[in-house]
Design a protein around this ligand. Structure first.
Ligand code: XIL
Length: 393
């Protein structure tokens, strides 16, 4: 579970919560995917500030990134956030929105474009939260990564438990991809079309409803449909545990060659990169990215975080922070070392909203800023690394 908040954070969170959300009931309503949230007051304020914002500020990440390089973050909201004692961060935390606009030039929807959010019932698409992210990104001159279209997780019950014929299921996916990708056509730089389709042995995952019911050929169709809906978006395979050369990354390497030989519009391969200091850094990350780049593919790091085993008391030691910073730096260097790796996204930038303590008990402190937005060594590792290649890349 989450660590206890520091008093300052508690103050900030409760200030926001009590000012804008009357009761826990209202928080639940905000989190419910099918319910359109009230117009976020924070959005307007943050946008007003954005007008005078200098995106070349050298004291940020985006301001020191090489030209054309996307340095991104996931946008908190939905998923685990819905069960936390705070209001929707993206809608209500003004400081959060402000830091996000200043620091990053690329955004990924952490949950808001997943099926259970964007397509909560069969006949209803809730575009409200995703629209808000795309609009905010445009206002702040940020590109957007779309996440995700074909996955085994976070699917709505109507889909997973429905009794559909193969033809119906196929048509459901076709319609979904056409509507969702089509809605944001021209405004999404990269789509994670297929997420986590292989297990660690490189076999198709049985839990994936599409592959289980329709066969692996459906993956090619998903890419074709996405390409029809937005010919400009770069279409990716995305997965965890594929940072290194292993059975899973080999499976992608084989599959992508087959698909591209068949003319399927696959454009990219992305290791999510949820790392832990418990394990060594995947030292072959750059070489692995390079073999995909050599196939003519774009590459990206899409969900980097580096979790730490927290000592008693919950605060990482200086040595742990240094090790974490080293992982962040090496992951960024690996990407920068590969010509086609032009997008590097961290899975949240403040520990306040990180998914890690919720999903990995006893681990935490995985992002580059504390709960109070203080920069950790990992932040400076990214900033220094970007600075060092600026003008050289
Ligand atoms: C996570 C989100 O961060 C959580 O908020 C949610 O509860 C579960 O999903 N791989 C992915 C992401 O592709 O979508 C996952 O995001 C993390 C692992």
């Amino acid at each position: 579970m989450r660590r206890a908040r520091t008093p300052r954070t508690a103050f900030r969170a409760s200030r926001i919560t009590t000012a804008l959300v009357a009761a826990p009931l209202a928080v639940a309503a905000l989190a419910a995917p099918a319910t359109a949230a009230p117009a976020p007051a924070a959005e307007e304020r943050s946008t007003q500030r954005a007008e005078g914002r200098n995106h070349h500020d050298r004291d940020t990440l985006r301001g020191v990134a090489p030209k054309g390089f996307s340095i991104g973050t996931a946008v908190a909201g939905g998923g685990h956030h819905a069960e936390q004692p705070y209001a929707d961060p993206f809608a209500y935390d003004v400081e959060y929105r402000d830091v996000m606009a200043r620091q990053f030039n690329s955004l990924s929807a952490e949950n808001q474009m997943k099926w259970e959010y964007i397509h909560p019932t069969r006949d209803f698409y809730n575009f409200y939260p995703a629209d808000a992210i795309v609009r905010y990104a445009q206002e702040n001159r940020q590109v957007v990564r779309g996440h995700t279209l074909l996955w085994h997780s976070q699917n709505p019950a109507w889909l997973e438990e429905g009794d559909f014929s193969d033809e119906e299921l196929r048509e459901i996916l076709h319609e979904h991809i056409t509507k969702v990708v089509g809605r944001y056509a021209g405004r999404i730089q990269q789509w994670d079309v297929a997420n986590e389709i292989f297990d660690e042995n490189g076999e198709y995952r049985e839990e994936n409803i599409w592959i289980r019911e329709l066969g692996p050929e459906i993956v090619a169709d998903a890419f074709r449909w996405a390409h029809e809906a937005d010919p400009r978006a770069k279409l990716f395979f995305n997965d965890y545990g594929v940072e290194s050369f292993n059975a899973k990354s080999d499976a992608y390497y084989e599959l992508i060659q087959e698909l591209t030989a068949d003319g399927v519009p696959v454009h990219g391969f992305a290791p999510q990169s949820h790392l832990s200091t418990r394990y060594g850094f995947p030292g072959d990350l750059e070489a692995n990215l390079q073999r995909f780049a050599d196939l003519g593919l774009e590459t990206a790091i899409t969900e980097l975080d580096v979790r730490i085993d927290l000592p008693e008391g919950g605060e990482p030691t200086a040595a742990q922070q240094a090790q974490q910073a080293d992982y962040y730096r090496r992951a960024l260097e690996a990407c920068l070392g590969v010509d086609t790796c032009n997008s590097f996204t961290i899975w949240g930038f403040t520990d306040e909203y990180s998914w890690v303590p919720v999903f990995f008990p006893s681990e935490g402190s995985a992002t580059v800023m504390t709960e109070d937005y203080e920069r950790k060594p990992a932040y400076y590792a990214l900033q220094d690394t970007l600075r060092s290649v600026r003008g050289k890349r």
